[in-house]
Design a protein around this ligand. Structure first.
Ligand code: SF4
Length: 337
């Protein structure tokens, strides 16, 4: 499969009073053409900052340190000129934000909002731009497209507003859509419709999707591969089957154990991950999960675990996978999912 986006050792440090916050700490993953990669983790793990870095919304201007590389179609986004960035943002990479109400301009009819990107990136006449906007309204499943073109965001339901956001993201037929928690603000039935819509668009247009979510149910339904993020690092990546059926990192075990599943009887309880994520203001020397991990060894708090390759697609950063640890603890220490 051809790689469309490759994030390599990405580091994002925000300056704050008295130091800096290490929001992303060496994140490495890739998205292939036409596939969906789910970036999963709890709030504050650095998922959204990673996404915003990909489309150049995190700038070095205010003293933010951005290191590593983000290659989109072979070119490093972190080294692009502003003009080059504007060119790919919206045309080659579309973005679907979490909250459809705050992402739309309440004073502008939705047709005009969809037209903005088309007019900016494509050399079309006014008539053609309008036709394209109406076609997009239809494409995302909003009925009466001509009438809806002239309506304001407050005249749309939450689900319909998210469809408008998807239409804006699709305006210039991007090769990659970054969807940051696209269904979090929606109820379950609308959530399913939006996920169906994203899937249809992907199949029809071979669009790649980077789906940012904390919801493993959404991941199972939508993605082909998963990258699990914790405290600004990717701790495990693999195909959906590898992550759900053969997870290797204790944090992934914890995530899977803390979601409701069919067949759970009344007496059984969900197992939350005890403790809180580390304070990213303070440098972390070893494994960031060490304080919450019941399998932690002495080495975990002192040294960052290396990435271990389980298979071509499945990589894990955990000392439990190290040969020396295996020898010490025996092969029997397996997952408890
Ligand atoms: Fe737990 Fe150590 Fe693995 Fe980190 S490296 S997840 S602390 S066992």
């Amino acid at each position: 499969m051809e790689t469309l986006l490759e994030v390599k050792e990405l580091e994002v440090n925000f300056p704050v009073y008295g130091g800096s916050v290490q929001a992303v700490r060496g994140a490495t993953f890739h998205v292939n053409k036409g596939e969906t990669l789910a970036l999963v983790g709890e709030s504050g793990s650095g998922k959204s900052v990673t996404a915003q870095s990909i489309i150049g919304m995190v700038s070095r201007k205010d003293g933010t340190k951005l290191n590593g590389a983000i290659h989109f179609k072979g070119k490093n986004v972190l080294e692009m000129e502003k003009r080059e960035l504007y060119k790919i943002r919206g045309s080659e990479i579309g973005f679907v934000f979490q909250d459809p109400m705050t992402s739309l301009n309440p004073t502008m009819v939705i047709g005009k909002q969809i037209e903005e990107g088309i007019a900016f990136h494509q050399n079309l006449s006014k008539k053609e731009v309008k036709e394209r906007a109406i076609e997009l309204i239809r494409l995302v499943g909003i009925p009466d497209a001509e009438q809806r073109y002239n309506q304001y965001p407050h005249e749309f339901s939450g689900g319909m507003r998210q469809r408008v956001i998807i239409a804006i993201a699709l305006a210039c037929r991007p090769e990659l859509i970054i969807a940051d928690e696209p269904t979090t603000a929606l109820d379950v039935t609308i959530q399913a419709q939006i996920l169906d819509l994203l899937r249809e668009i992907q199949t029809e247009r071979n669009t790649a999707i980077l789906l940012i979510t904390h919801d493993l149910g959404v991941v199972a339904e939508t993605a082909q591969r998963v990258a699990v993020m914790y405290a600004g690092m990717i701790v495990e990546t693999g195909t959906v089957d590898e992550i759900f059926d053969n997870p290797k990192h204790p944090y992934t075990w914890g995530l899977l154990n803390s979601v409701p599943r069919l067949g759970l009887n009344r007496q059984e309880r969900l197992t939350p991950i005890e403790g809180s994520p580390p304070d990213l203001f303070n440098p972390i020397s070893g494994c960031p999960f060490a304080e919450r991990c019941k399998y932690a060894m002495e080495v975990c708090a002192q040294h960052l675990p290396a990435r271990t390759e389980i298979s071509e697609n499945h990589q894990v950063s955990c000392w439990l996978l190290d040969e020396r640890a295996k020898a010490m603890i025996g092969e029997g220490r397996e997952q408890v999912v």
